[in-house]
Design a protein around this ligand. Structure first.
Ligand code: COA
Length: 321
């Protein structure tokens, strides 16, 4: 019914990163496709972006927050461990009594949340769902580690969903997977019950995310292509019938490789990584909102979303707009 997004005002360019770590604009651009990213101010947290994204989605849907009876916020960088950031959103939009929970599936979070919301609408257990994907990864990024700090950005995107009157439009299907044996490819060791915040956690930099980028890269291409195929074939749709492919924006080379494997039509893979970097759970809903507000998606269009991330988790969603 509606989409929205909100990102920090602060733009961090590759040129600025050149002054912070041993890197170059050329390396970052060539290896990732990223030119700049948005970074939250020290006093900003996830809800500062998740809430305006949600409000814009409600406005574009033309409904008030009081009509929402389910709020899901996909994130791994919530305001606090608890209460869930979704409950802050629930309160601020006036969704009185709505179910509200955060969902932790890292960069795949929005796809997972979309699948869950769609199921609740289909069964009639919820009537109107607000699904937000948002991150402030800058707060868990080691700004001295060139392997990771050039990659990520902050922001939030949101969608409002309501059961369609006919079954030809809406979320046609979602596929979701995980492989916990690959958990050490991307993870945040500190701050949980295994390594609670302490001097020693800070001394060892366990409060920052760790990533084996190269290994993740190879798995990403394969899993994104396979899960996209899965959701398409389940709905008896061919690659050529995809009007918009919105992959998780982790790396331009991953996006291009997957788009080629899936034989997505020329110009139909949406890319905005150059402006935002990898915003994890926010990347797909931000992209969706850009396409929607720019009037590039038409009613009836087949939109394929696919994502992968820490867990590892991966998933794809198919929407008939
Ligand atoms: N600037 C300059 N050099 C850098 C650098 C930077 N910012 N970051 C890493 N390098 C160096 C490495 O130190 C390495 O040097 P070495 O060969 O002397 O050891 C070299 O570049 C190549 O590193 P490698 O990791 O093989 O590069 P890559 O081509 O795989 O690109 C990523 C690195 C991280 C961009 C890429 O692997 C990637 O995007 N992976 C997926 C990550 C991802 O999607 N994560 C999130 C999942 S949601």
């Amino acid at each position: 019914m509606g989409t929205g997004r909100a990102v920090p005002d602060r733009v961090l360019t590759n040129a600025e990163l050149e002054k912070m770590v041993d890197t170059t604009d050329e390396w970052i651009t060539e290896r990732t496709g990223i030119k700049e990213r948005r970074i939250a101010a020290p006093d900003e947290s996830l809800s500062d972006f998740a809430l305006p994204a949600a409000e814009r989605a409600l406005e574009s849907a033309g409904i008030s927050g009081s009509e929402v009876d389910m709020v899901i916020c996909a994130t791994v960088s919530p305001d606090m461990s608890f209460p869930a950031t979704s409950t802050l959103i629930q309160d601020r939009i006036g969704a009185t009594g709505a179910a509200a929970f955060d969902l932790s599936a890292a960069c795949t979070g929005f796809v997972y949340a979309l699948g869950i919301a769609a199921q609740f609408l289909e069964t009639g257990w919820a009537r109107t769902a607000l699904v937000v994907g948002g991150e402030v990864l800058s707060k868990i990024t080691d700004w001295t580690d060139r392997n990771t700090c050039v990659l990520f950005g902050d922001g939030a995107g949101a969608v409002v969903l309501r059961a369609a009157e006919d079954d030809k439009r809406g979320v046609l299907g979602v596929a979701m997977h995980s492989d916990g044996s690959l958990g050490d490819l991307i993870y945040l060791p500190g701050g949980g019950s295994q390594h609670p915040q302490s001097e020693s956690v800070l001394d060892q930099s366990l409060n920052f995310l760790k990533m084996k980028g190269n290994e993740t890269f190879k798995i990403a291409v394969r899993s994104l292509a396979e899960v996209s195929d899965e959701v398409l074939s389940r709905n008896r749709l061919s690659h050529g019938e995809v009007d918009w492919f919105i992959p998780h924006q982790a790396n331009r080379r991953i996006i291009d490789a997957v788009g080629q494997r899936l034989e997505i039509r020329e110009g139909r893979t949406y890319v905005n990584i150059e402006r935002y970097g990898n915003t994890s759970a926010a990347s797909i809903p931000i992209a969706l909102d850009e396409l929607n507000r720019d009037g590039k998606i038409s009613p009836g269009d087949v939109v394929l979303l696919s994502a992968f991330g820490s867990g590892l988790t991966w998933g794809a969603g198919l929407i008939r707009w």
